[in-house]
Design a protein around this ligand. Structure first.
Ligand code: KIV
Length: 272
């Protein structure tokens, strides 16, 4: 039984790799400011993402598309001031990775000026050269497959990805290619649990899931969703951890414990 406690050691890529090898789940959440970053680290969250979800949950847009590099840089710097030990991941927003060189310049800015340790980018084939270039320049990268919210208009909505054999096979080979290109982590969003299980087993790098079943190496949720703060309908793959907690710190600790103990996600928070 895992009891959440404040992080007391720096979370590095080798540390995450070791958790994967040991079969210990990695607890991740999004944050967008100093106070929540500090609270998350005190609750034992190992990886904090400044997601472009901030466009929706902080700025109130309908999609993540309007988020700018300045927005991500500003929120990442604020979050970095609240973290001493957790790994800080910054999202590359829509339009910031249109060429490998543009991605390199923007990712360099996030590591150099905002305190990010790793950047996350949505996309498949088109991003292979970018991942390679960032890896050559010692910039850690998390690739992001499955549902890619920056492609919402192309996909025609927020839908589970990889449900048929062809798209599932394609996602599997892309995951391997991204790893070969130098990706250090992979995030899978809204992917059937069986496919996520197979990709996680095949890859050497840690795989973090959101709506991708319980067999990924780690789990992530949008903070506002798991605190029951998001207006409207909560995504079906999330859980309201505030519902049974006395306060926000208690809810985040309950989430960390549930991830570590394998109680979250449950069968109702995944897709077939
Ligand atoms: O932007 C974000 O918060 C994300 C999560 C959905 C993982 O990418």
């Amino acid at each position: 039984m895992y009891i959440p406690k404040p992080l007391d050691k720096k979370i590095t890529l080798p540390a995450l790799q070791k958790l994967k090898q040991q079969g210990s789940k990695i607890a991740c959440l999004t944050a967008y400011d100093y106070s929540f970053a500090h609270l998350l680290e005190q609750a034992g969250v190992e990886l904090v993402l400044v997601g472009d979800s901030l466009g929706m949950v902080i700025q109130g847009h309908d999609t993540t598309l309007p988020v700018s590099m300045d927005d991500i840089a500003y929120h990442t710097l604020a979050v970095s001031r609240g973290l001493k030990h957790a790994m800080l991941m910054a999202d590359m927003p829509f339009g910031s990775i249109n060429s490998p060189q543009q991605a390199l310049d923007n990712a360099t800015r996030l590591l150099k000026q905002s305190g990010a340790h790793i950047v996350k980018l949505e996309g498949g084939e088109l991003q292979l050269d970018t991942v390679r270039l960032l890896a050559e320049h010692s910039i850690p990268v998390c690739a992001h497959l499955g549902l890619q919210p920056q492609s919402v208009h192309k996909m025609g909505g927020y839908r589970v990805q990889g449900r048929d054999a062809e798209t599932a096979g394609h996602m599997k080979s892309l995951a391997l290619e991204l790893q070969q290109a130098g990706a250090d982590l992979l995030l899978l969003e809204c992917v059937p649990r069986q496919l996520a299980r197979e990709i996680t087993a095949e890859l050497q790098i840690p795989v973090i899931g959101i709506g991708a079943g319980a067999d990924c190496d780690g789990q992530i949720l949008v903070l506002q969703d798991m605190l029951g703060l998001t207006p409207g309908r909560r995504p079906s793959f999330s859980r309201d951890f505030m519902a049974e907690a006395d306060d926000i710190a208690g809810a985040v600790k309950a989430y960390v414990a549930a991830v570590k103990n394998g109680d979250f996600p449950g069968p109702e928070q995944g897709f077939d």
